[in-house]
Structure formats: structure tokens, C-alpha cells
Ligand binder design. Structure first.
Ligand SMILES: NC(=O)c1ccc[n+]([C@@H]2O[C@H](COP(=O)([O-])OP(=O)(O)OC[C@H]3O[C@@H](n4cnc5c(N)ncnc54)[C@H](O)[C@@H]3O)[C@@H](O)[C@H]2O)c1
Length: 251
């Protein structure tokens, strides 16, 4: 028995990095999955890496999570294909503009909020509507960050969005705790994914030094926590924020 046997799981930003690892781990644990990504069509290499799984259990949907209608449509398409939705992982996100607050462009700030915060709100809202229609309850997992708990220079929009995700998670959890909808958030420290590709080696080494464990995390380490949290094993957990950070927040 897998942890997610026959569960229908929609994962946003699943063509790369952490989302892709959550998608793979979900398949290994018996789920049917909807892989949602804005740039999916361009990422044929990501699509290839799903070929080793039962492709009947996967659908690929192109959508931009910052557009509510597109998010609503992906949920509808998932339900049309698989018959229901059990779990949504609101993972899609960008690093956003890196600049001190006084220098940050308005557009750059807004774009990060639109994808990293509003995208999570839209995913939550339309998943809840579907869960209520099904009368089944459901699970929402939101991708925050350690930067949902502490600040980080030159990343005001990202930090604000991730703090927002933590607040949204707690509030949604309270609202739906008695309706069998669990809502949690994960807070990874810096993880070795394409999100960090923009950094040069020296910058990466500076990031490594911020982690007491002396290394960055791996996407599959985050996926292990994510899949456990969305499974029935975590049946009494809601409204929580789980750092997974090599000790970063303990300093
Ligand atoms: N890598 C890290 O250090 C780290 C740390 C903490 C939190 N996170 C969070 O984890 C999540 C995944 O990040 P990652 O490191 O795997 O990055 P990644 O760049 O490898 O993957 C992100 C995916 O999201 C997709 N995406 C971006 N904007 C989108 C949009 N508007 N609509 C739909 N899809 C979109 C991208 O195409 C990409 O496939 C993000 O929310 C990120 O903020 C990452």
C-alpha cells in the first residue's frame, strides 16, 4: 500500500525542481497526478523524466497560476479526467526581482506577489470549491519558505509573499478544519533546484554557509515531507508550517 493510493493530486510548478520531485514521489506512493506548469510545453526533458512511470496516471496541464481562470480550468480538467480532486499542492513560484526595497521595481514586486501569493490563493479557493462540491473533504499543501518566517535582504517581494502564504495557510485551515479540509505549509531553506540557477558559484557557496548542516537541501528531501503531510498519516495536522531547513531557522 502506498501512502497516496488512488488519491488524485494536482501539483503546480511540477515540471521542475521541488514540484517535480513531489510529483514523482506521489506517483511512487500510488497517486494519480495532474502536472501543472506554465512553461510545461517548453520542458520536454521534464516530460521525458515521467516516462518511467505509468503514464496513464498522469495528465499534463499548461496554466499560469497567477491567472484565476486558468487555475479554475486546471482543477476542472483534472476532475473531468480523473473524476475528482483529493489534494492540491500549491507549489509554483519564482525567485523574483533581487533588489533592496527602495530600488525594487513596482512591476517586479507585483509579479512576485501575483505568482507566489495570489497563485496560492487561487489554487486554494478553487480546490475548496471542488472539495465542497464533492463533499469529500480534501488536502491543501502550500509551498512557503524559511522566508515565510524571517526576512532576507534584497528579496522583499518574495519574503512578503511567503509570509503571506503562511498567514493564508493558517486562516484557511481554521475556516475549514471542521469540514475535513486540512491545510498546511512547508518552509524549505535553500534547495538545489533550477530556481537557484541565476546565482553564480560564489553566491551559492554563500548560501551554503547559511545552513548549519553545511549544504543546500535536495528537492527529494522536501518531497518526502510534502507527501507525508498530504497523506492520511498526517490526519490530525492542519494550520501548521513545517520548516525543512538544515537548521537555518534555529540560529
Ligand atoms: N529552491 C529553493 O531554494 C526554494 C526554497 C524555499 C521555497 N522554494 C519554493 O518552492 C517552490 C518551487 O521552487 P523550485 O525551487 O522547485 O523552483 P523551480 O524553478 O525549479 O520550479 C518552479 C516551477 O514553477 C513553474 N512556474 C513558475 N511560475 C509559474 C506560474 N506563474 N504558473 C505556473 N507555473 C509556474 C516553473 O515553470 C517551474 O517549473 C517555489 O514556490 C519556491 O518559492 C524554493
Amino acid at each position: 500500500m502506498g501512502l497516496l493510493n488512488d488519491k488524485i493530486v494536482l501539483i503546480t510548478g511540477a515540471a521542475s525542481g521541488i514540484g517535480k520531485s513531489i510529483a514523482e514521489k506521489s506517483l511512487e506512493e500510488g497517486a494519480f497526478i495532474a502536472v501543472v506548469d506554465q512553461f510545461y510545453d517548453g520542458l520536454s526533458s521534464a516530460k521525458d523524466s515521467f516516462n518511467k512511470y505509468d503514464t496513464e496516471k498522469i495528465i499534463f496541464l499548461k496554466a499560469d497560476v497567477s491567472h484565476p481562470k486558468e487555475v479554475e480550468k486546471t482543477i476542472q480538467k483534472t476532475v473531468d479526467h480523473f473524476g475528482k480532486l483529493d489534494i492540491i499542492v500549491n507549489n509554483a513560484g519564482i525567485g523574483g526581482e533581487i533588489n533592496p526595497t527602495g530600488e525594487m521595481s513596482n512591476k517586479g514586486f507585483e509579479k512576485t506577489i501575483q505568482i507566489n501569493l495570489l497563485g496560492v490563493f487561487y489554487g486554494s479557493k478553487y480546490a475548496i470549491k471542488q472539495f465542497e462540491k464533492q463533499k469529500t473533504g480534501g488536502v491543501i499543501l502550500n509551498m512557503a519558505s524559511i522566508l515565510g518566517a524571517v526576512g532576507f535582504r534584497n528579496s522583499a517581494a518574495y519574503v512578503a509573499a511567503k509570509h503571506g502564504v503562511v498567514g493564508l495557510t493558517k486562516t484557511t485551515a481554521l475556516e475549514y478544519a471542521d469540514k475535513k479540509i486540512r491545510v498546511n505549509a512547508i518552509g524549505p531553506a535553500f534547495i538545489n533546484t533550477p530556481l537557484l540557477d541565476a546565482l553564480d558559484e560564489a553566491n551559492k557557496q554563500q548560501l551554503v554557509a547559511l545552513h548549519p548542516m553545511g549544504r543546500l537541501g535536495e528537492a527529494m528531501e522536501v518531497a518526502e515531507l510534502a507527501v507525508w503531510l498530504i497523506s492520511e498519516k498526517a490526519s490530525f495536522i492542519t494550520g501548521s508550517y513545517y520548516p525543512i531547513d538544515g537548521g537555518y531557522l534555529s540560529q
